[in-house]
Each structure stands twice: as structure tokens, then as C-alpha cells.
Design a protein around this ligand. Structure first.
Ligand code: HEC
Length: 118
């Protein structure tokens, strides 16, 4: 029974985390670019994994929507250097965070560009 309780707690933690540190989905593709191309699902997924793995060692993870894309670009560059994260990995983390960043200078979420305009 103790094991059951532990699993239940673990599931709640995992579910709670998933809502705060969002997973990339098809409808957010195209919000961020890596080099000259829209970041792919694979790049955003690994960007999230890298963010969770490499940015949680010294402090709590910040929710992506807490900061603007500009702020994330600066933070990832600064923190990436401090944490000795390779530039390609920094790009994935940056693209992931930018995808879910808050609107520049505002609190409303960034509009999702429709597939036709991309
Ligand atoms: C080696 C420890 C360490 C790692 C790893 C680390 N950080 Fe930090 N981070 C800090 C410290 C210390 C601060 C406190 C503010 C400062 O010193 O700039 C901070 C502050 C921050 C802030 C707040 C900045 C502000 O203006 O409020 C953000 C955002 C941030 N880190 C993002 C990240 C991201 C993204 C990563 C992964 C790429 C990361 N951190 C990895 C040590 C770390």
C-alpha cells in the first residue's frame, strides 16, 4: 500500500509539472526559429528536456510564460555560459522557452500564427 501511495504522489507531481512546463504541440510550431527555419517538433521537445535537465540544478525552473522572448534570449545566453551548455543545446532551450514566452511588454499570450501565414 505504501508503494501505491508513493506512485500516486509521483503521478500528481508529474501531472502538476506538465501543466507548468508545457509540452510542445503541433499548434505552437512556428512560434520560434532556429537559424533560418521554424523550430521542429523534435527540436522543441529536446529543448524542453534540456531545459528541465540543465536549468533546474541551481534554482527552481521558471515557467516559460513568466518572461518575454527577449528576456529568455538574454537569460539562456547568460545561464548557458554559466552552466557550460553547448550552443546548439542553448538554441533548443531558447527556442522552446520562446515558444511559450509571454508577449513582449504585455501579459497576454502570444497569438498562434495560422498555418497559412507561415
Ligand atoms: C550554475 C547554476 C545555474 C544554472 C545551471 C542555471 N542558473 Fe539560472 N540563475 C542562477 C543564479 C545564481 C541566479 C540568480 C540571479 C543571478 O545571479 O543572475 C539565476 C537566475 C536565473 C533567472 C532569473 C533572472 C532574472 O532576471 O530574474 C532566470 C530566468 C534563469 N536563471 C534561467 C536559467 C536557465 C534558462 C538556465 C538553463 C539554461 C539556468 N538558469 C541555469 C544560477 C544558475
Amino acid at each position: 500500500m505504501r508503494a501505491c501511495a508513493a506512485i500516486a504522489v509521483a503521478l500528481v507531481v508529474v501531472a502538476g509539472c506538465a501543466t507548468v512546463i508545457p509540452h510542445p504541440t503541433q499548434d505552437v510550431l512556428g512560434r520560434a526559429r532556429i537559424a533560418d527555419a521554424p523550430a521542429s517538433m523534435e527540436e522543441l521537445t529536446s529543448g524542453r528536456e534540456l531545459y528541465v535537465a540543465k536549468c533546474s540544478g541551481c534554482h527552481q525552473l521558471y515557467v516559460p510564460s513568466e518572461f518575454s522572448a527577449t528576456k529568455w534570449r538574454e537569460s539562456v545566453a547568460e545561464m548557458g555560459e554559466r552552466a557550460k551548455i553547448t550552443l546548439p543545446d542553448q538554441e533548443r532551450i531558447r527556442a522552446y522557452l520562446e515558444t511559450f514566452a509571454k508577449a513582449e511588454g504585455g501579459l497576454t499570450p502570444r497569438p498562434v500564427p495560422s498555418a497559412e501565414t507561415r
